[in-house]
Design a protein around this ligand. Structure first.
Ligand code: SF4
Ligand code: SF4
Length: 296
């Protein structure tokens, strides 16, 4: 039995593949997207989150921390992240809910048991389970075992990935994966590096290989006017010859900003596209015969 680290299990999800799904969020990511909505996923181990607006100033965490990471400053209660070892002791004493740990270690059996509870909803809606993150392929053996357990139980399986792996990683999970939700975040390698921390040659090479191997693929593209918008024409040209089932255009939104703050990270903001801009973008893709949709 494999063990892994997850940070959430979301039942009744309707945005992570067909039908009603249960989405399991695994920790760990090999990208650092500037707009990330789940920055608590980046490191594999559990991580301290702090919502300062919930703090009632009781001081319990100051006493609990063996590393003196909590600081009472003129600008309020701060955490010195260079001293914090993410041990979670302070979170155990915070009854106000200002301190919590993102992520916990689980066994594949425990996660599978939780997924099985939702199985009746999958059958009626054509849904299933989606493994997301972070980047769920970072915990490849754990992911593989979960996929296998679900597939053998007749549950439809989807893997949400940014594709930044050697193709051999995909070969390992291909037999147990019914659908890939595959992100394309930019086309120009330098733009990709600027926005996500890594170049994208491998990502663009893996996609046609996956389709050649008969994989079902939904492409997901975050659409950011002052981020990757200038790459959209090239992305559409690239995709028009690849037999993917669907291309989802996702308008940028600012959901990740509060989470970044709670983790002591810098907050990066982009402009949200207007519905008209998204409609025009949709036309750019559909005019090339690409099965694109825009979720309003
Ligand atoms: S234990 Fe929670 S409520 Fe009390 S001071 Fe620490 S963060 Fe604030
Ligand atoms: S998680 Fe541990 S090291 Fe970090 S602030 Fe809390 S008690 Fe201190």
């Amino acid at each position: 039995m494999q063990t892994g680290t997850i940070f959430n299990i979301q039942p009744f999800s309707i945005y992570d593949g067909p039908g009603i799904r249960t989405t399991v969020f695994l920790k760990g990511c090999n990208l650092r997207c500037a707009w990330c909505h789940n920055p608590e996923s980046w490191i594999i181990s559990p991580q301290l989150e702090f919502l300062s607006e919930k703090c009632i100033g009781c001081g319990a965490c100051f006493t609990a921390c063996p590393n003196n990471a909590h600081i009472a400053s003129e600008s309020g209660h701060l955490i010195d992240r260079s001293k914090c070892k993410n041990c979670g002791l302070c979170a155990q004493t915070c009854y106000a809910g200002a301190l919590t740990m993102a992520g916990r270690q689980v066994t594949s059996e425990e996660v599978f048991g939780r997924i099985l509870e939702d199985a009746p909803y999958f059958k009626n809606s054509g849904g299933g389970v989606t493994f997301s993150g972070g980047e769920c392929m970072m915990q490849l053996d754990f992911l593989c075992e979960l996929l296998k357990l679900c597939k053998e139980a007749g549950i439809h399986t989807a893997v949400d990935t940014a594709g930044h792996f050697p193709f051999s990683s995909f070969e390992k999970i291909l037999p147990w994966t019914d659908l890939f939700l595959y992100d394309i975040k930019a086309f120009d390698p330098e733009t990709h590096k600027k926005l996500t921390g890594v170049r994208n040659e491998r990502i663009l090479e893996n996609l046609p290989l996956l389709c050649e191997r008969g994989a079902n693929v939904f492409i997901r593209i975050p659409c950011i006017p002052d981020g990757n918008w200038q790459d959209m024409e090239q992305i559409a040209e690239y995709l028009k010859n690849i037999p993917v089932q669907k291309v989802e255009l996702l308008a940028y939104h600012r959901l990740g900003e509060g989470k970044r703050k709670s983790l002591g990270m810098d907050v990066v903001t982009f402009r949200t596209p207007s519905p008209e801009e998204m409609e025009n973008l949709l036309t750019l893709f559909t005019d090339k015969g690409i099965p694109a949709v825009y979720n309003r």
